[in-house]
Design a protein around this ligand. Sequence first.
Ligand code: SF4
Length: 390
Amino acid sequence: MGPPAGLSTALDCTAPQTLTPTRIVELPEQASTGPQDAIARLPHEWEQTVTSWGEPAYRGRQVFEWVHRHGVLDPAEMSNLPKALRARLAEDGVSWPLELVSSHVSDDRTNKLLVAMPDGERVETVLIPQLQDLSVVTQCVSSQVGCAMGCVFCASGVAGLKRQMSAAEIVAQVLLGRRELESDQRIRNVVFMGMGEPLHNYEALARALVLLTHPDGIDLSKRRVTVSTSGLVRQIDRLGRDFGGQVQLAVSLHAVRDEDRSAIMPINRKHGLDELMACLRRYPLSKRQRITIEYTLIKGVNDSVADANAMVSLLRGIPVKVNLIPMNPISASDLRAPDASHVTRFQERLTQRGMSVFVRKTRGDDVAAACGQLAFHGEPRRTRHTSSRG
Ligand code: SF4
């Protein structure tokens, strides 16, 4: 889905809060695309588009602001544009690359949105209001239709990769999510923890990150955008280089020994724990920043005190905070969460050893919107898992 190679250009990602004096994101030019990819155009690309239509360049920035800052895609509503440009936009301009199919609001007000793309593929994105302040919303977005990584505890992984999502489709989830908010709510955080491995779709992800954080558009703080990965080492390095460590990184660890991790996360057979830890050690972080370690607690697989001790040794010297996630059951797997007492025991052992640990409260589980539960509608393959430790 990425634009053609060979058209690379250095693009200032216009970050006001750079940690290093110059931070340049290398993005390929957006290929000449149709209205459904127009959401992925950056301001200078809109300038090129409108000047090719005989309009002054500044009109391009105005179009970008309508789309990204105001979420307006209907040219008739772009009130500060001349009639001729609105007419041209109506013909060749910008249209939604996805549409809302359904929305399911959970008891805790988590809102799971099912969206469809023009080719009929569907993904889910979830609006999660903070428990303490329902006006502050975190949106969980998808980056691929399905996922190739095959983690056995994850509904998306079980379903397999169907296709990459475009940058327009990724960003459109947030534009569409904003329309579903209550009037007092706003999206403060975006987490790439929906369907897909975002770093396996790097070009589209990088463009989406620049768009989501663009000051003339949605203007999210980079520190409020989290990319979650199963551990694609080369792409973690690239993300660190391209965004100077400002984008938050979350790593799905889920096991602390290679044989155990390889049994539940096939990516570990390619990039083992030593390689992954070395990569995290060099990820550029500011002094107070931490990498989030996601650890799904699975009964009898990775929830022992010995596992907790091994985690402490493994992560020594890396600035991390640990999120423990009691496994959400999925229909495609027999794996289950440990008893609450085991969760507490695991957490206490890490805390005693000086780690910063949180047990993530499951949100939206009554509408299957919690982590690892986003999947295709329809019947996924059913898998069984046998712990490598027997
Ligand atoms: S946990 Fe993430 S990387 Fe693993 S299969 Fe699920 S979506 Fe893919």
